[in-house]
Design a protein. Structure first.
Length: 650
């Protein structure tokens, strides 16, 4: 749901007569030339003041007494036109009327925080005191200002009826008609439309538009002003002015004035409309007679603009015709209303006589009621006497309480003496504490002197400690560097050891591949697996060659360098730090690695040589077996096995 824009004063939405809005009252009322605390050109404004009060006494009672009198507060309603002309209207209201207004506004606007009205004194006869009446008048004036500061309340129908704004508007127009009768009779009517009354929200926007058109008329040329003046001096408008001057108090005349002003504002706006381009207006001024007599060839852009202008004027003429018909119908209605009002006035005269008779009867009833009030006042006096006796009994009770309090005060004085004695004892203790504090301060001064000497000694030794700290920091950096180098050496050593183990494993696998198994054991006998001894000898020769290559690789492996960091760098770093490698590790890591490498390669070389010797023994055994097989082919197999086992075991 889209919210409505916030309201502000003189925004053209006020439902009050003439679209007026409330304004704070001026500091001083100076009649027509009163200066208001706002810009009068924004629109019609009204203010409320309560300058005085009057007392109307009953018949037969002197004016000096306030008994059986009624107090009326004079409300001064000021109205200012957009031209800055001020007028006033007086309204008499009782205090009960203000209370009724507060109750009605509270009921109409339940969600608003309505300021409370001045209080009504129940037992106090306020009408008998001029000072109290003056205070109530000021309170009512302040309350009305706070109440009307709310824009919704100031625009409500309750406030308009209470302040009689319609009557105030009529009286202001009567004053205006009397003071400007010569101006109205003249040919110029430039200010005529600005003062037409507006009784609804639709006509107020028309009058505001007319005000802008009038301001524009003063700056335009003579031709446009003549057109506007001729349109303003039409018979319909003159009749409306006459009707409004004869029956200023009627709502229908105000409505006719607003409708006539709307037609005039429509015609003036259609001629002086700012939405047309300047070149079109200049074209209409220079060639209006030529278009009536002959055809004119225009450019396309000018032709389209001319068509749009003609269509706009045609629509506005049709609208003006309908408005004129509506105005004629309204005029006929006004004549009927006027006749009706004449009959109504006659009826009201009759009712006035009846009302006078009723008012007399009402006055008699009021006198009876006032007598009843007097009797009620006597009853109230008796009630007040009873309350007075109760107050006397309360006073006696308070006196008894006072005596009891005095007795308590006497007992409290004894306690006060005891407290004074305790205070003296505390003061003595405080003096002793002060003396002790002075002694402590003396001791603290001597201690401070000792501490000052110690601080001086510490400051003198601070330089030496800084030198030692710097030396230790340098040693720390050297040790960190040595530690970094040592860690790098250990990393390199571990990598070289892994590499050595890997290469040894490879060499061992290759050495295992070089092994030749030429015999198979069956039934406790060694039998040559190969069929020919020559092939076995060739295999043994190939195995010897491969073992020789492995021995050469093992010797090369033994000659490889150790870690990447040299011993000279390591020893120099440890010597600069005041340590050597033996003190850090107990043994030289580089020397131990070389020994391990040498031991491993020696073991591998010994193993390879043993394999080589085993091959030579096997070769020799094969040769013996070949010879023995040639000599003793028929010899038994156990003997052959025994000889071969003997060679193998040797």
């Amino acid at each position: 749901m889209q919210r409505s824009p916030p309201k502000h004063r003189h925004d053209g939405t006020s439902p009050l007569p003439l679209g007026m809005d409330w304004s704070p009252p001026p500091k001083r009322w100076e009649g027509r030339n009163t200066i208001w605390p706002h810009n009068h050109q924004t629109g019609w404004s009204y203010c409320v003041m309560i300058p005085s009060w009057i007392v109307q006494a009953d018949p037969g009672v002197s004016n000096d007494t306030f008994l059986k009198s009624v107090v009326f507060y004079r409300i001064h309603v000021g109205i200012q036109s957009p031209e800055g002309v001020s007028s006033s209207h007086g309204v008499l209201k009782r205090f009960s009327d203000f209370l009724n207004l507060y109750a009605s506004v509270k009921k109409t606007f339940p969600k608003k925080d309505i300021p409370a009205a001045p209080p009504k004194h129940a037992l106090l006869r306020i009408n008998s005191n001029r000072q109290l009446l003056e205070e109530r008048r000021r309170g009512l004036e302040e309350w009305m200002g706070r109440l009307l500061s709310d824009i919704d309340v100031s625009r409500s129908a309750l406030v308009a009826a209470f302040l009689e704004l319609e009557a105030a508007v009529r009286s202001s127009f009567q004053e205006w008609n009397q003071s400007t009768s010569d101006v109205i009779a003249g040919p110029s009517s430039s200010g005529m439309f600005a003062d037409f009354p507006r009784l609804d929200s639709t006509s107020q926007s028309v009058v505001s538009d007319l005000g802008s058109d009038i301001a524009f008329d003063e700056s335009t040329d003579t031709g446009d002003s003549n057109i506007i003046q001729s349109s303003k001096q039409s018979p319909i408008i003159t009749h409306v002015r006459k009707a409004s001057s004869e029956s200023v108090g009627s709502d229908a005349s105000s409505l006719r004035g607003s409708e006539a002003a709307s037609v005039t504002g429509f015609i003036s706006n259609s001629i002086l409309d700012g939405s047309h381009d300047n070149d079109v207006s200049s074209f209409m001024d220079t060639s209006c007679e030529t278009l009536n007599e002959a055809q004119v060839i225009l450019p396309m852009d000018q032709k389209n603009k001319l068509f749009r202008l003609l269509l706009t004027l045609q629509r506005r003429v049709l609208t003006g015709k309908t408005d004129m018909e509506d105005l004629i119908a309204r005029l006929n209605q006004e004549t009927a209303v006027k006749e009706y009002l004449n009959t109504k006035v006659k009826d009201l005269e009759v009712e006035l006589e009846v009302t006078k008779q009723k008012s007399k009867e009402t006055l008699e009833q009021a006198i009876m009621l006032e007598r009843e009030r007097v009797t009620q006042m006597q009853w109230d006096m008796d009630e007040l006497r009873r309350k007075c006796s109760e107050m006397e009994s309360k006073l006696k009770f308070e006196q008894n309480e006072k005596t009891r309090v005095e007795s308590e005060n006497t007992s409290a004085s004894g306690e006060k003496e005891l407290l004074v004695q305790e205070l003296e004892a505390k003061n003595e203790e405080l003096d002793s504490v002060k003396r002790h504090l002075e002694e402590v301060e003396k001791k603290s001064k001597s201690d401070i002197k000792v501490l000052v000497k110690e601080v001086k000694n510490l400051r003198s030794s601070q330089a030496e400690l800084k030198k030692i700290a710097n030396r230790y920091s340098e040693e720390k950096t050297e040790l960190q560097r040595a530690l970094q180098i040592e860690r790098q050496r250990w990393k390199d050593t571990s990598l070289s050891q892994k590499k050595l183990l890997h290469e040894c494993k490879i060499l061992r696998d290759r050495l295992q591949e070089c092994g030749v198994n030429l015999f198979s054991e069956e039934d406790d006998k060694l039998i040559i697996a190969n069929s020919s001894v020559g092939d076995a000898l060739d295999l043994l020769a190939t195995s010897d060659n491969r073992i020789g290559l492995l021995l050469a690789e093992a010797q090369l492996l033994a000659r490889e360098d150790g870690p990447t960091i040299s011993d000279t760098d390591y020893n120099s770093s440890t010597k600069s730090a005041g340590l050597n490698t033996a003190s850090m590790n107990g043994t030289n890591a580089n020397i131990s690695e070389e020994e391990i490498r040498k031991a491993v390669t020696d073991l591998f070389i010994d193993n390879a040589q043993l394999r080589k010797e085993l091959n030579s023994i096997t070769r020799y055994a094969l040769r013996l077996v070949a010879k023995s097989s040639d000599r003793e082919e028929i010899e038994e197999a156990p003997q052959r096995k025994t000889v071969l086992n003997r060679f193998l075991s040797s």
